[in-house]
Design a protein around this ligand. Structure first.
Ligand code: ADP
Length: 181
């Protein structure tokens, strides 16, 4: 299955992506994790991406789209994928459509994890990642509202909304149900 996960920072996409990937037997592709690995390894991509992650801004589309396009060439992706954190803008969604079309593929589903905003801030402040400071969190929320939320319309036809308030297992069960599994 080829699935895109959408949801604001702190919605628990990453955790659910790992669980879904292992349940469905497909790789999880997290652009945030890929950027962080590149930053930790000091690669040229990491050096270019770091300032954007530190500020909570989107890494430019040229870098991000190329990263995903490359990853889609790996053999393990033949079985499908869970895309976590990409696309994050209409521009990226259009680029993803092109990448899939070139490979003769299409998405099976888009899952939106929905959580009220005041709960999100509490969750993120409890997490303690480098980009989880108050100013950066606020900016990531704004970027979500401005850049990413329009994807809810873009994917209207294939969108399934999952209530992401509850235990990890509750949310996982709802996600599987949304996928008819
Ligand atoms: P979260 O969703 O909790 O904010 P992520 O790990 O998905 O965490 O993303 C962290 C940061 O990585 C983002 O704030 C952004 O700087 C960068 N990033 C991740 N995915 C993308 C993407 N698709 N396009 C641009 N930047 C991205």
């Amino acid at each position: 299955m080829r699935i895109v996960l959408l949801g604001p920072p702190g919605a628990g996409k990453g955790t659910q992506a790992v669980k879904l990937a292992s349940d469905l037997g497909v790789p999880q592709i997290s652009t945030g994790d890929l950027f962080r690995h590149n930053i930790d390894a000091g690669t040229p991509l990491g050096l270019q991406a770091k300032q954007y992650l530190d500020a909570g801004d989107l890494v430019p589309a040229s870098l991000t789209n190329a990263l995903v396009d490359d990853r889609l060439n790996d053999a393990d992706v033949a079985k499908g994928f869970i895309l976590d954190g990409f696309p994050r803008s209409v521009e990226q969604a259009e680029a993803l459509n092109d990448m899939l079309k070139r490979r003769g593929l299409k998405l099976d589903a888009v899952l939106e994890f929905r959580v009220p905003e005041d709960e999100l801030v509490d969750r993120l402040q409890g997490r303690g990642r480098a980009d989880d400071t108050e100013d950066v969190i606020r900016n990531r929320m704004k970027v979500y509202r401005d850049e990413t939320a329009p994807l809810l319309d873009f994917y209207q036809g294939e969108l399934h909304t999952v209530d992401a308030v509850g235990t990890l297992d509750d949310v996982f069960a709802r996600a599987l149900q949304a996928l008819d599994r």
